[in-house]
Design a protein around this ligand. Structure first.
Ligand SMILES: [Zn+2]
Length: 453
């Protein structure tokens, strides 16, 4: 591991909230994966590599808390492009669940993680749910291998179901796993990959695909207990659409958050994707239990699901993080674009003071690390992990900016990441991922699309 000095940036954002969000034009010293010093005018020490950040701004690396990497080769599938969630599920991922092989997943993960790195993301939590009885592959291992190769801090949220899928379009011949099979694979993955600690590079999370219909309530409780006994966090989808909430009220006679509370699925070790349709009565429960949200505004816009009440959640102290969701319902996996959309849509709803760029950066970095339990990640300060993105303001969209610190989020579009570090290691250098053959990856992605069409 090389000692590094990031020198000459125009501005540094810390990922902290409020007045602590800006560190000014400081240099950043990195030793053994950690930030050791942040001050103006630092001079290079002997043996230290200098990364030139002149004309750039530095952010903490984004922490993407909900993704489905397998969908990176299912973007813009025509049958699903104008469908809401359930129609889209039946048209895009479900018919292909048994056709996705390890080689497709490998290409998809490379595409998705490369896109994340090149938008300034250093941590990805992937909710992988292609698991069924008789599956003859170890897809979780494939994802960890690709993350290792590209150097991303990676959390595998091990999805799955023990109930037969009831959605239109769900393959009838797909047998669910048994509870024992599900738990055994989580135990295997945890033993092999899971690290505890505030800057873990590899984590495993217990994550049935949805709590309200992928498993029955007693199984849900079993999974929570099994996950917690292994020291794992809990994650799932919740309240993405009206239909989801109606189903829960019809079948379980409770709101989704009440249902999760009844079944031991709330707490500081739990976060849910979406929560677009949350009742007034559910907000205090989320706040009291410290249950977090992965806010996925672009996927929610794309599927016409609605807009989560995120500024209100944050004001109540509910942990807020940002996520891209699967690229099959976003068409991209770009955290800068996700952050830009977050900034825009909550202002459209709540007025120009509803959310600041500083809020959005805080949610997407420090907020993400909090829901993943990575206390040493997501902020730029001495003692924190050196996970950071150096954005070059070299495009016309940034020319004329009076406040360069907010330029990547306020300007939106595709960012120019000049350098990116994960745990102090350079994973993007001069705008490229070292060792990644992009032309080759594009060709392999096109092959996967042809096979999965
Ligand atoms: Zn999702």
């Amino acid at each position: 591991m090389t000692d590094l000095l990031i020198q000459g940036a125009d501005a540094v954002m810390t990922g902290r909230a409020g007045d602590a969000a800006r560190a000014g034009a400081v240099d950043i010293r990195v030793r053994d994966g950690l930030i050791t010093d942040m001050a103006a005018g630092l001079t290079p020490a002997a043996g230290e590599e200098v990364l030139d950040a002149r004309g750039c701004v530095v952010y903490p690396g984004w922490v993407n808390t909900h993704h489905h990497l397998f969908q990176s080769v299912l973007k813009a599938v025509p049958e699903g492009i104008n469908e809401p969630l359930f129609g889209w599920l039946g048209a895009v991922p479900y018919p292909r669940l048994t056709r996705i092989r390890d080689r497709h997943l490998e290409v998809a993960a490379e595409v998705g993680l490369a896109e994340l790195l090149l938008s300034g993301t250093t941590t990805c939590a992937d909710h992988h749910y292609i698991y069924y009885g008789g599956l003859d592959s170890e897809m979780g291992d494939v994802l960890f291998e690709v993350a290792e190769r590209l150097g991303v801090r990676f959390t595998l949220c091990r999805g799955g179901a023990t109930e037969q899928g009831r959605h239109p379009g769900y393959p009838n011949d797909l047998r669910p796993e048994t509870l024992d099979q599900y738990v055994a694979d989580v135990e295997r993955l945890a033993a092999r990959y899971h690290q505890s600690g505030p800057r873990a590079l590899r984590q495993v999370v217990m994550a049935p695909t949805t709590p309200t219909f992928s498993v029955d309530p007693s199984t849900l409780r079993e999974l929570a207990r099994a996950g917690r006994a292994l020291g794992l966090r809990l994650h799932s989808h919740l309240s993405e659409t009206f239909n989801y909430v109606e189903y829960c009220r019809d079948v379980h006679r409770m709101t989704p958050v009440e249902f999760c509370g009844e079944n031991e699925w709330l707490g500081e070790d739990v976060w849910f994707a979406h929560m677009v349709h949350v009742a007034d009565s559910e907000l205090p429960i989320l706040a009291e239990t410290g249950t977090g949200i992965a806010h996925c505004p672009q996927s929610n816009c794309r599927l016409g699901s609605g807009i989560a009440r995120v500024p209100e959640m944050a004001a109540r102290g509910i942990p807020v993080s940002l996520a891209v969701d699967g690229a099959a319902s976003n068409e991209a996996a770009d955290m800068i674009q996700e952050a830009h959309t977050t900034w825009m849509i909550h202002r459209a709803l709540g007025g120009a003071d509803a959310v600041t760029v500083e809020d959005v950066i805080h949610w997407g970095t420090s907020g993400g690390a909090r829901v993943l339990g990575l206390d040493q990640v997501g902020e730029l300060a001495p003692g924190k992990a050196a996970d950071l993105a150096v954005y070059d303001l070299d495009q016309p969209r940034y020319f004329g900016m009076h406040d360069p610190a907010i330029a990547p989020v306020a300007g939106g579009g595709s960012a120019s990441v000049r350098h990116l570090l994960v745990d102090g290691r350079v994973r993007v250098r001069d705008g490229a991922i070292p060792g990644l053959d992009l032309a080759g990856l594009r060709a392999r992605a096109a092959e996967a699309v042809a096979e999965l069409y």
